[in-house]
Design a protein. Structure first.
Lengths: 283, 293
């Protein structure tokens, strides 16, 4: 490493310090989740486990017989529900919004501009306004307490349509027109010409959708009353409101909820951050 | 209909239909619901539903907890928006410094809290904020500060939640500002430097005008975001202590799904919507005045 000026050393040290402070709560969450039961409330606050223990995860994840009745925190079913719901809403979301985004960018149809204006304007309306009547509508339709009830609202991807449209605008019209002259059908043009060019954007969008669905809280809390259908955030919130004193157990629950998406993000961070940066920053 | 038109509708009609069902229709119904006395009785039998005009709003405006919720939410926004945007901008400026190495690594790590579940990290921070054994008070003790009952004291509950929220979200706007900063004209910066402009002068007259529109958009979105705080008090404080963290959405959720006063809750949702709309319009107007939009 070449010699650094004092200012450079200061700037780098500040960045390292800030990053350490930012990551510390997540690291501490992992460390505490491996402490023996009750250790984290000792004084002075322990920074490291006296021994590494899996008992919190065992307590949290394994079903056991207490006084003749099965008891568990329903975290395993919640994990399964979260994975299933996030995957289904991502797949259906892509299927619905990517073609629509393309249509709004490249296909001429009556009312396109007006619809586009309405979509953009509707971004100002907070989703919570729709939630109360939506609950009543879903109750009539029998969708309360079902996967479909959680997934359906997440498919109204106005942001996703606009995101795909923006990316599609960059594709030159000539490519599409040339295929039209060659007699390719509109569906074929979309699938064989446009979709391959949109692949990076679709990967980015699917990450946004998966993480959005995984972390979604208020609507699943409203629409799911059956504990067996709870997603992870809803299940964790329920445990947190009842077992607030149980530090190690709660940290284990937080690890189970955050680690899958954190690892997914770390593995795919290039797609995620370029999606946000709009490809303007490198290195 | 042309071939293109048919394809366009085939591609966009399904998602537009879903948007109409789960967003447009319920939003319109929310207005209708807010002028009824829809409650648990109507939930059992529609025949119990009555039109009450603006009665819900009159009731609401005479409910002390509603005003408390408005005040708490306003405090969240007034303190939180500058805090979160300031943190994002400060870190983005720091990372933008030419001497900083391994920028992509820091960016990823600093962004990480943003992708985590609010509920799970709220649980973690509630643990860190613990008065007796929390890590935060232990750290403060090393510099001689007496333990603070962060979430148990009505005076510190909102600042504590804001520390958590800022930690959770600053990474997002940090990335957005990083993109904006990379578009700041370097030749202009160089010219200002040659003219003897100091660090602050260059920031004020070169950087700030260049990132103005981005800053404004971030402010608008942050205000809307802070007005919609719900999960944090739901998990960390249950709206307390002494109702000091009961927000508008928390109030709406309790009203609607704990007491099943859906008419009343819709009126709350409507007020929230109007607040966001008005604030967005005001901010856009301010932005226009300074030619940022």
């Amino acid at each position: 490493m070449a010699l650094m000026k004092p200012r450079a050393i200061l700037a780098n040290a500040a960045v390292v310090l800030l990053t350490t402070l930012t990551i510390a709560p997540l690291l501490y969450m992992v460390i505490v989740s491996f402490m023996p039961r009750g250790e984290s409330s000792n004084l002075p606050t322990p920074l490291w486990p006296s021994r590494w223990s899996l008992e919190n995860y065992h307590e949290l994840l394994v079903r056991r017989l207490i006084d003749g009745a099965w008891f568990d925190y329903r975290i395993v079913p919640a994990l399964f529900n979260s994975v299933a719901i996030a995957m289904i809403s991502t797949l259906l979301g892509l299927l619905l919004t990517v073609p629509a985004g393309y249509a709004f960018a490249k296909l001429r149809f009556r009312g396109r501009e007006r619809l586009l204006k309405i979509l953009i304007a509707s971004l100002v309306v907070p989703g919570q306004v729709a939630m109360l009547p939506l609950f009543l509508i879903f109750k009539q339709l029998g969708l309360v307490n079902s996967y479909a009830g959680v997934i359906l609202p997440s498919l109204a991807g106005i942001f996703a349509i606009l995101f795909v449209r923006q990316a599609t605008l960059a594709i030159p019209d000539e490519m599409i027109d040339a295929a039209r002259i060659d007699g390719a059908s509109e569906t074929r043009i979309f699938v064989t010409i446009v979709l391959p060019l949109l692949t990076p954007i679709v990967v980015t969008l699917s990450l946004f959708m998966f993480l959005g669905s995984w972390n979604d809280f208020l609507w699943p809390l409203i629409v799911l009353a059956d504990q067996h259908l709870y997603t992870l955030p809803v299940a964790v919130a329920a445990i947190a409101r009842e077992h607030s004193a149980d530090g190690e157990l709660m940290m284990a629950a937080a690890v189970v909820t955050t680690m899958p998406v954190l690892l997914l993000f770390l593995a795919m961070q290039r797609y995620y951050l370029t999606g946000l940066l709009g490809g303007s920053v490198k290195g | 209909m042309t071939r293109q038109e048919r394809a366009a509708w085939l591609f966009s009609a399904p998602v537009l239909a879903i948007i109409a069902l789960v967003f447009v229709l319920p939003t319109a119904l929310a207005m209708a619901l807010s002028v009824t006395d829809y409650s648990i009785y109507a939930l059992a039998d529609w025949a119990n539903l009555r039109f009450v005009g603006l009665g819900n709003f009159v009731d609401l405006f005479s409910t002390p907890l509603f005003w408390r919720a408005i005040g708490n939410t306003a405090l969240f926004a007034v303190l939180g928006v500058p805090m979160a945007i300031g943190a994002s901008l400060a870190v983005a400026l720091l990372l933008n410094d030419a001497t900083v190495r391994w920028k992509p690594l820091w960016r990823v790590l600093l962004f990480a809290p943003y992708v985590t579940s609010i509920v799970a990290t709220a649980v973690v921070w509630r643990f860190l904020f613990n008065e007796r054994s929390g890590l935060l008070n232990r750290a403060l003790a090393t510099i001689g500060i007496a333990p603070v009952d962060w979430l148990g004291n009505p005076h510190t509950s909102i600042p504590a939640i804001l520390i958590f929220v800022t930690w959770k979200i600053f990474g997002y706007n940090m990335i957005v500002f990083t993109a904006a900063l990379s578009a700041v004209p370097q030749d202009l910066m160089e010219a200002a430097r040659l003219d003897g402009a100091g660090r602050w002068g260059r920031f004020r007259h070169v950087t700030l005008p260049a990132i103005g529109p981005t800053l404004l958009l971030a402010a608008v979105m942050s205000v809307a975001g802070f007005l919609q705080i719900f999960a944090e008090p739901y998990v960390m404080t249950l709206g307390g202590p002494a109702q000091s963290t009961t927000t508008i959405l928390y109030f709406m959720f309790d009203e609607g799904f704990k007491w099943w006063n859906l008419g009343q809750a819709s009126a709350v949702a409507f007020v929230l919507f109007l607040m966001i709309l008005v604030l967005t319009m005001v901010q856009t107007r301010i932005g226009r005045r300074y030619e940022w939009l």
